[in-house]
Unconditional design. Structure first.
Length: 242
């Protein structure tokens, strides 16, 4: 494990290490990430030592068809590590950890997975950001929360990191059995059963009920006129329909 005082992006730093031949299992943690990114290059920045920002290098030896499951698997593992910290913690498709409230979901953690081509074959960088110590004013978006807002006392970032890394290590073998992974993920996904609005880069938004996760990790939406699968790479937002 490498702990750096500051990094633009732990994913970018770890991707460079991967291209230099780093082995699977390397973890880079930043005390302050200054140019963090989420899906679709959304920015994500928080005060120093307020969040957990880290990336894990994996080199899965699976068929290319299984790779789209990596972001969902990472989200599932992070959710498993945080689920018992407070009431209402849920897994939002494809890979956000949220806290369900009467006013709507609040984001607690997010994952960004990137594929990297290296001299020894493809690798994946699993980037994780967890809100830990932020006050409401310090959170990166309005619809967010932190562990400190949910639990009594001050959460220990080192302990949280250890728990999440242990969960990732335990659950990563599920990438070799995506049918079992699909069932496990669907069982924890709070998106399923909700009426959702799916915003896409082109065309009209899709509205319907999220009913399942298909064999490719796509969210299946029943529009009333039929079931439509949508992939994470084709979606801007999935949110509760108004």
């Amino acid at each position: 494990m490498e702990i750096v005082e500051e990094a633009g992006s732990t994913n970018a730093l770890l991707a460079a290490r991967a291209r230099e031949g780093a082995e699977a299992g390397l973890v880079i943690v930043a005390e302050h990430q200054t140019s963090g990114r989420g899906r679709l290059d959304r920015s994500w920045e928080v005060p120093p030592r307020a969040a957990l920002t880290f990336s894990v290098l994996v080199r899965p030896e699976v068929e290319p068809a299984s790779w789209p499951w990596l972001p969902l698997l990472a989200g599932y593992a992070v959710h498993a590590a945080l689920d018992d910290r407070a009431d209402g913690i849920g897994l939002k498709w494809p890979n956000d950890i949220v806290v369900e409230t009467v006013d709507g979901p609040l984001k607690l953690a997010g994952i960004l997975v990137e594929r990297v081509d290296t001299p020894t074959g493809p690798a994946a960088v699993l980037g994780v950001g967890i809100n830990v110590h932020q006050t409401p004013a310090e959170l990166p978006i309005e619809a967010a929360t932190s562990l400190e807002q949910l639990v009594e006392g001050v959460p220990d970032r080192t302990e949280v990191l250890g728990t999440v890394l242990a969960s990732l290590e335990t659950l990563l073998p599920l990438i070799e059995d995506t049918d079992a992974l699909r069932r496990a993920y669907a069982g924890e996904c709070v998106t399923i059963g909700k009426t959702v609005r799916v915003d896409v880069p082109a065309g009209e938004p899709l509205t319907g009920t999220a009913v399942d996760i298909d064999a490719g990790g796509r969210l299946v939406v029943d529009t009333g006129a039929g079931e439509v699968p949508v992939g994470a790479g084709d979606v801007i937002h999935v949110r509760a329909a108004e």
